[in-house]
Design a binder for this molecule. Sequence first.
Ligand code: GAR
Length: 203
Amino acid sequence: MIRIGVLASGRGSNFQSIVDGIKEKEIDGEVVALVVDTPEAGAIERAQANGIPYFIVEKKDYPGKGGMDRRIVEILKGKKVDLVVLAGYMRIAGKELLEPFRGRMINIHPALLPSFPGLDAQKQAFDYGVRVSGCTVHFVDEGTDTGPVIEQTAVYIGDCKDAHEVSERILPFEHKAMRKVVANFSKGKYVVEGRKVRYEARL
Ligand code: GAR
């Protein structure tokens, strides 16, 4: 049973996919904390609906460098989190947040990395005119969406009319990939060798 901490900024559908994966016993774990960086995040309602403790940590309350990340680490450590999941968390994890959880922090990105890192990946893919995009679950490192790749799913987007349709098309595949990776974390370990990630199930 792993203890999961989720960081989110928005509606929280990827957070929900983890909650559902736990309910349906695909994931052997518990979400022990949701941290959001805005009181507007829809993820809060999902936490409330599922009895999950949530914490609002706003940048404005931690103006100095690293202060916000240190507060988040305090929360996650207080909850004895094993795995930190960035599920639509729209901030870069600074070194204060990254170091204590290096190798135990993952992110979902709505494109096939290393294509289209950063913000608005679906719009970047649509504007570029690629026929295939998708999603990536990867370890977090100090770069922007540069950590070792754990899981990817390719999605055909060649007939999408706009970036919104691209987002809608990719989202269900994000949920599946997220559930699968978190389930794997709960039942074994990912071993990182350079840029390569290999999975070892627990016997
Ligand atoms: C998802 O599409 C996720 O991949 C993306 O934000 C959305 C959050 O949706 N993340 C990023 O773009 C990170 N750079 P959700 O709040 O419903 O999970």
